[in-house]
Design a protein around this ligand. Structure first.
Ligand code: C2E
Ligand code: MG
Ligand code: MG
Length: 401
């Protein structure tokens, strides 16, 4: 995130930017001092002198408007330049309520500021910032509406779990299912997780959703396991449940997880908890402890979307997991793209060397399975075997396999 930060040095009297310039970055003063002035009736008026540790030009990080003042070095001054791209990415991934409030406050600040210094208000009404404000307003409305719909969905049981089979490659037997949430919206029909989970994550609604998912998966586990031909001759099926970053960072949840399983009379050995790499880095230290606790309690842990996160290898070193799920972006391309094939191969070899099992996600063809078999991948999951299925279809699948 911080690789785009640049160090700059200005000499005494050198201008950093001028009132009216396009603003696309802010500056942090490492050493030296800066004069901030504004021009009125062709005369300069000093607003403030800023020194080491101060930030200036920061408004340009959020709105797209011209600079409202001129910044000049008063002595040799070292600055760190912070580009808007950096903030834009953070804002886009963040909470739309915060983004909207920021833009609104800035708009009001600019209006007040221009009034104070007696400038023409019309000169600051450029279409870009008005457009940004109206876009964030639309986002905000959509966000709040979805969040309130999610509350209704939780109360009225509109969520449902689909199950996608996971197959042991060696003998192509069914070994488990991944539980994948769906939202049966009364007006909009079936909604996929990517369309609502990020909002639920932002609002914290992911916590009650996560608990519901685990409870429901335990209830369904019994039905799926009973219908499985495997149950009599081999180990019982497992069910994989996805955990969100927020859920994972909550220490108290381990106890809650155990209680849910105890109540449902399901052994933790039959539940795999899938965590993504991004979930791991958010609160790395706490997460490491929680994962260890969960494994001590008997749960299996899978590292989901392996290879897509930042620094995948270090996660294997630091986080206790039982298997890795190789992301479908590599599997789906491996037959055409030698680089993807090498990544899949290297991931499987690495996992094997560390005594971990591997699951290939997004397996769509017989040839995929064949290649994965050669590479000694343990399990396969994907449309080749089945799409995520509603419970009755998953029960049928489990009867036939
Ligand atoms: P994931 O855990 O990596 O799940 C795999 C996704 O790949 C699923 O998308 C599945 O439908 C899709 N998929 C499986 N096989 C194939 C294939 O052969 N080809 C293609 N193109 N896609 C395939 P889905 O169900 O839309 O879920 C998306 C993500 O949402 C999941 O990714 C998971 O991160 C998250 N998610 C789903 N259910 C839950 C949940 O109950 N709790 C949490 N926290 N996250 C969930
Ligand atoms: Mg998953
Ligand atoms: Mg995945």
């Amino acid at each position: 995130m911080f690789e785009s930060l640049e160090h700059l040095t200005y000499q005494s009297g050198e201008q950093i930017f001028q009132e009216g310039d396009k603003g696309d970055c802010a500056f942090l003063i490492e050493s030296g001092s800066i004069d901030i002035s504004t021009r009125k009736d062709s005369k300069f008026y000093r607003i403030i002198i800023l020194e080491e540790g101060d930030l200036f030009g920061e408004i340009a990080l959020i709105d797209n408007e011209p600079r409202t003042a001129t910044a000049t070095a008063l002595e040799e001054t070292r600055l760190i330049r912070i580009d808007r791209d950096l903030i834009d990415t953070e804002l886009a991934n963040g909470n739309p309520i915060i983004e909207h409030i920021l833009r609104l406050v800035l708009k009001r600040f600019r209006h007040t500021y221009y009034k104070l210094i007696g400038k023409d208000l019309l000169s600051i009404k450029t279409s870009k910032s008005e457009q940004a404000l109206s876009d964030t307003q639309k986002n905000l409305i959509e966000h709040v509406r979805k969040a309130s719909d999610i509350n209704v969905a939780l109360k009225q049981d509109q969520f449902i779990l689909y199950y996608q089979p996971i197959i042991l490659i060696e003998d192509e037997q069914l070994v488990g299912f991944e539980a994948l949430i769906r939202w049966m919206h009364p007006d909009d029909g079936l909604i996929l997780p990517m369309q609502f989970l990020n909002i639920a994550e932002n609002t914290g609604q992911i916590l009650p959703i996560g608990i519901w998912v685990l409870e429901q998966a335990c209830r369904d586990f019994k039905k799926l396991n009973k219908s499985s031909r495997n149950s009599s001759k081999q180990a019982p099926l497992f069910i994989s449940v996805n955990l969100s970053a927020r859920q994972l960072a909550r220490a108290g949840d381990t106890e809650q997880f155990v209680n849910i399983l105890r109540k449902a009379q399901v052994d933790p050995e039959n539940i795999k908890l899938e965590v993504t790499e991004t979930a791991l880095i958010e609160e790395a230290e706490i997460t490491q402890h929680i994962l260890s606790d969960l494994r001590d309690l008997g749960f299996h842990v899978s590292l989901d979307d392996f290879g897509t996160g930042y620094s995948s290898l270090s996660h294997l070193q630091n986080f206790p997991v039982d298997d890795i799920k190789i992301d479908l972006s590599f599997i789906s391309r491996m037959l055409e793209d030698p680089n993807s094939m090498q990544i899949v191969k290297a991931s499987i070899n690495l996992a094997r060397a560390m005594d971990l099992e591997t699951v290939a996600e997004g397996v769509e063809s017989k040839e995929d399975v064949k290649q994965l078999g050669y590479m000694k991948c343990t399990y396969a999951q994907g449309y080749y075997y089945a799409k995520p299925l509603p419970l009755p279809d998953a029960i049928d699948f489990s009867r036939q396999n």
